[in-house]
Design a protein around this ligand. Sequence first.
Ligand SMILES: [Fe+2]
Ligand SMILES: [Fe+2]
Length: 462
Amino acid sequence: MKTKKSKRKDKFYIEFSTADRLGICLFRYQLYPKEKFLAVNPALTKILRYDSEKEIHDLTVRSLFKEAKEAGNFLRILKNEKIVRFHEAKFKTKDKKDVWVAITAYLRESDNSRKHLYIEGMLEDITRHKELEEKFTFEKELFQNLLDNLPDAVYFKDDKNRLVRVNKFYARGFKMKPEDIIGKTDFHFFPEDQAQKMFDDDTHILKTGNPIIGKIERTLLPNKTYNCVTTTKIPVRNKNGDVIGTMGITRDITVYDQLERNRLDMVMSSLKVLDRVLEIRDPYTFGHTRRVSIIAEKIAQEMGWDENKILSLKMSAELHDIGKILIPLEILNKPGKLSDLEIKMIQEHVKKCYDMLKTHDFPYPMPEAIYQHHERLDGKGYPRGLSGDSVIPEARILAISDVLEAMTFHRPYRAALGLKKAVQELKDNSGIKYDHNIVNLALKIINENNFQPFWMKENAAY
Ligand SMILES: [Fe+2]
Ligand SMILES: [Fe+2]
């Protein structure tokens, strides 16, 4: 049989002073017949910024709530449920400041009559917690607002490159709801070769943690048109710093791309005017630079160069012989064999062109590519007799393109030698005069075009 003492051991009492130290506010309140605080601990006085417990004794519990409606709500729940747990409410301090509290209380009736009602309970100051929660909610809503209203496609992918979140703009592009896209990969939306490139980029970021900034891509849309986009992808990390996914933002720049293309077309047209001047002086070279440009572009594409680098190569090709404008007509158009001096004078077209271009700034080595287009890897070219690594890749491509075109087109002093001989020239001198890898690529392209000089077909477009 349990003693009275042992029964007491089962109960746990918390002293007001202990509660104070823990920052827990305790109170006992008479709700009926007359509302009044019977007891409060100093912690409650402190959070409500009163000077003494007595000041609170003179108040009603309703008056502590900031809004009368909130007080009514609290008391209604308590009367119905007899107990409230962590009921959040806004109280006001003595100096009219807001303080958030969480109230846990129960309604006690007096033991022998129903005439007395008491509320006994505790409350905690949760202002800091609520501020953080409000800040978090604000930032969450801000982020969601940003995502939903951004005129760019934003997406998050997991470590298997599956979409885990996309914004409305992204989903609209595929005429879907954002939630219907979750779990899918790029292979669901794009042609396989494009999706594979995107997959490879994402995998690269997952493996290295390195972002891809401002990559310009053309993507095929569901309506079968292409758009131009710039994409930035960054790694998403967990709190330990491990890469757990990727986040990307893609902006449609088709309009700017078209403007840029229009500008480039104007520049290219201006270059063609220069070519035209050369052709008037030297009719036998009609279309030469255009055809060299076509071959060079194909080779550079095969080498995987980016668009701007290819464009600079094409412009170099368009300009590569423009120095011939300064060569006397009687030498330029002379049929038959040229003297050594005349050959030397024609060879000067390279230096003359370089001198015209060298004072201008180009983001790519256009003047140098033109300067070197008659150099050969064995050092037997001109004008400087450069060899090996001194010959830049652009010049190596131009050299091969120039030879291919020149040998397959007639000249005043000889008939066209034909593609077969041109190919033989490249094969015989591959790795000697000409870059071995570039020769192989040129031969591959010729092969893919059924051994036809594809650069001839484009004459009409010139
Ligand atoms: Fe030339
Ligand atoms: Fe040329």
